[in-house]
Structure formats: structure tokens, C-alpha cells
Design a protein around this ligand. Structure first.
Ligand SMILES: Nc1ncnc2c1ncn2[C@@H]1O[C@H](COP(=O)(O)OP(=O)(O)O)[C@@H](O)[C@H]1O
Ligand SMILES: [Mg+2]
Length: 399
């Protein structure tokens, strides 16, 4: 049945003939790593019968790294779709610059823009937008028609793409016969038909249940990693955003923040752990983290004066540093004990244990499943490595 995205392979497709750039490519060295650069982009919509235009974008600035997957979040009406449409050249900015794939969109001719939309950009929509009376295969073939791809090649590539999204057993199905998630898979295959640099996905999981939505985001992630495609996802879902390298928040037509949600969650975890260990308040932890004191070691070894400055209070700085120092000592002692026990268990020298710990092999479980060759390399002794992993395995089995 439906593939959950776990074992999707993308076949290599020969795209040489599609990779010729138009003549007016701007070779902006400084934008080499950024496939999208928006600088102060504004978009006004003139509405019939209204003297004041709708200011959909009020100066959006952002840079998106090549090959990354980014989320764009924001309330309804904040300008997300407008932003995508400008990147995809479905709409023209009122002012500001939009450089995509090295091309300044505002200076391109209508003909070049048509080619740009067909070759550089792949669109994915909330409502899938498949053509109802065409099969899945024909839907995927469609974008290739604009580029006059020969019939057989078109068929083969469409098939390979449907295979890549786990839909090879549904190539002859019309959209009506497919579930929402399956339709979106076909739509993703269609978006990839001309091997674009960028996929623009406007709320691609908005019409799907949570689980299916997750599998669609995973699929996009897998495909972009395999193909080097940049993916820009407009989404309301925090889950989807967490799968992305970066999340831009748009508020009232401007980019209000840029965050890495995964990293942020990690930092929150570290904070709450340290907060518990040191038994201090959240506001003190925030001050410490803001000043770069984000681990016990740094706090325990901090310069007293600096720490007082950070916390604005000499007394609590002393108290916290002292507590951190005690906890550190305790941890070091625990580590030494752990090392001693492991040395006895494996009957190896302290030196070998230090080497193991240094490389992250700090318990029997990790050592038991270690790659013997890697371990042999680390210890400079293959026989010893084999003996150690076997012993670790044996001890775990005994337990
Ligand atoms: N073609 C249009 N004509 C007039 N106003 C528009 C048009 N497209 C969007 N808008 C307005 O621009 C603002 C931003 O819209 P949009 O980019 O679709 O927001 P989002 O995708 O974040 O919901 C909204 O106030 C919307 O009503
Ligand atoms: Mg929208």
C-alpha cells in the first residue's frame, strides 16, 4: 500500500539538457550559497474600488541556502503566499530585489521568466491541483511538455519520479482514485519533473491528516537531500517546521524572525536540565545562557567578577559558581568510578579506557555494538578491539 517514505530511492535522471542556463544569468559570487536572496521586497495589490492598495509585503528580506529545507510560518493574510509567488515569478514585486538561482527576477524578459517557471521552480499546493482527467503518469509528464521532452524519455522520467515518491503501482490511476496523501505524492513527482532547483510548497500538508502530513514532509526532506533541491514550505504546523533547517516567521508582510526550531528545543532541554541541577530560577538561567554560560563546566570555571556582572548580583554569582563547582567534582568522581568499573569489566588498562572514553565509547552497550575495525583503528590494535567488543557483548548477555 502507501509507502511511508522510509525506503524511497530516487533514480538518477540525466538532466544535462535541462541544465543549460539562460544567457542573462548573473554571476553574483556573494549569492553562490544562497539560492534565494530577497532584499526589502514589497508588494502592493491594487484593489478595484479602493484607493489604498493592500500592502501584502512591506519589505521582506531573507536568504535561503542552497539545498536547505526551510519553513515559512505566519498568520493567515501575513503574506506567505505572496512571498512564494514572487520567488516563483508568478507575481512581480512592487519594489526591492529578488535574486533566485543567481538570476535577478526583475530584469528578466517574459520569455526567460516562462522558462524559469518551468525549469527552476516546482510548485506544490495545499489542494494538490492535479488534472482530474489525466492519470498520475500523465500529470507528471505534463510539465515536461512545455520543454518538448521526447515522448519516451518523458514517460520514463515520469515513471522514475513516481517510483521515487512510492507511487509506481498507481501510475495509471486518476487523481479521484487516490487518497490525499497519494495525490500529494504525485504532485511532488510533478513538481520535480524538470529537475528544478527549488520546490515551493504552499501549505502542502494543510489538507492532510497529521500522520500523512508528516510522511509528505519526510518525503520532501528525503528527495531534497538526494537531489540537492532547495525546499521552501509554507506551513502552520510546528511539526513540519521542526523538520526544517530554518523557520522564518512572517508578520504583516515582513520577516520577523529566523529560527532553528530543533536547535531551540535542544537549548530549552539544556536549560531546564541545568536549572534543575543548580536549583535556580528560569530568569537566572536565561541570563547565564545569553552570556554563553551554557554548561556546568563554564559556570564552575567562570571568572567571579564576570559572572557577577552577568547576574548583577555578587552573592548569587558566588553561590551558583560554588554549586557548579561541587556538581562538577561529583561528576568527575562519578566518571572516574565508571572508568574504573569498565576497566575491570573488560580487563584493560586505564590508558585503553581513556582512549575509549575519548571517542565516546563510555559503556558496555556502545562498545558491544562498535564497529571492530573502527575500534581497532582507534586503539591501534585489531586483536584487542575484537577481544573488547566480544567481552562487552558477553557481559551484556550475562546481565
Ligand atoms: N491578488 C490579490 N489582490 C488583492 N489582495 C491580495 C491578493 N493576494 C493577496 N492579497 C492580500 O494580501 C495579503 C497577504 O495575502 P497572502 O500572501 O495570500 O497571505 P497568506 O498566504 O499569508 O495567508 C492579504 O491581506 C490578502 O488579502
Ligand atoms: Mg496563503
Amino acid at each position: 500500500m502507501m509507502n511511508d517514505g522510509g525506503d524511497i530511492m530516487v533514480e538518477e535522471i540525466n538532466t544535462n539538457e535541462f541544465s543549460e542556463m539562460p544567457d542573462d544569468v548573473i554571476d553574483n559570487n556573494h549569492t553562490n550559497d544562497h539560492v534565494v536572496v530577497l532584499q526589502d521586497v514589497k508588494k502592493d495589490y491594487l484593489v478595484k474600488g479602493r484607493s489604498v492598495p493592500v500592502r501584502a509585503l512591506r519589505g521582506a528580506t531573507l536568504e535561503i541556502e542552497k539545498g536547505s529545507m526551510v519553513a515559512i510560518k505566519g498568520e493567515s493574510g501575513s503574506g506567505k503566499t505572496t512571498l512564494l509567488q514572487i520567488i516563483g515569478a508568478l507575481d512581480v514585486a512592487t519594489s526591492g530585489t529578488a535574486i533566485v538561482d543567481g538570476k535577478d527576477l526583475s530584469s528578466m524578459s517574459e520569455m526567460d521568466l516562462t522558462e524559469y517557471r518551468a525549469k527552476t521552480i516546482g510548485f506544490v499546493f495545499q489542494s494538490f491541483n492535479l488534472i482530474p482527467n489525466l492519470s498520475a503518469l500523465e500529470n507528471v509528464e505534463l510539465p515536461m511538455e512545455a520543454l518538448n521532452v521526447p515522448k519516451m524519455e518523458k514517460k520514463n522520467r515520469a515513471y522514475e519520479l513516481l517510483k521515487a515518491v512510492g507511487m509506481e503501482e498507481r501510475v495509471d490511476y486518476k487523481p479521484m482514485k487516490l487518497s490525499g496523501g497519494e495525490q500529494q505524492r504525485v504532485a511532488i513527482a510533478r513538481a520535480l519533473a524538470n529537475d528544478p532547483s527549488i520546490i515551493l510548497a504552499d501549505e502542502p500538508t494543510g489538507s492532510l491528516d497529521t500522520k500523512t502530513g508528516k510522511s509528505i514532509v519526510q518525503l520532501l526532506d528525503k528527495l531534497r537531500k538526494k537531489r540537492g533541491t532547495t525546499v521552501i514550505i509554507v506551513t502552520h504546523s510546528n511539526k513540519a517546521a521542526r523538520a526544517c533547517d530554518l523557520t522564518f516567521t512572517i508578520e504583516d508582510g515582513v520577516i520577523a524572525s529566523k529560527k532553528n526550531l530543533v536547535q531551540e528545543a535542544e537549548t530549552e532541554g539544556q536549560k531546564s536540565h541545568l536549572k534543575k541541577e543548580l536549583a535556580i530560577s528560569g530568569s537566572i538561567i536565561d541570563k547565564l545562557f545569553d552570556a554563553g554560560y551554557d554548561e556546568l563546566m563554564k559556570i564552575g570555571n567562570a571568572n567571579q567578577e564576570e559572572l557577577s556582572d552577568v547576574l548583577g548580583d555578587k552573592g548569587s554569582a558566588e553561590k551558583i559558581a560554588k554549586k557548579a563547582g561541587i556538581l562538577l567534582k561529583k561528576k568527575v568522581a562519578e566518571l572516574e568510578t565508571k572508568k574504573e568499573f569498565l576497566a575491570i569489566d573488560l580487563s584493560v588498562t586505564e590508558e585503553v579506557i581513556s582512549q575509549l572514553f575519548g571517542a565516546g565509547y563510555t559503556d558496555l552497550e556502545t562498545i558491544a555494538v562498535a564497529d571492530a575495525e573502527e575500534l581497532g583503528h582507534l586503539l591501534g590494535n585489531d586483536d584487542l578491539a575484537i577481544r573488547i567488543t566480544e567481552k562487552a557483548e558477553l557481559l551484556i548477555l550475562k546481565d
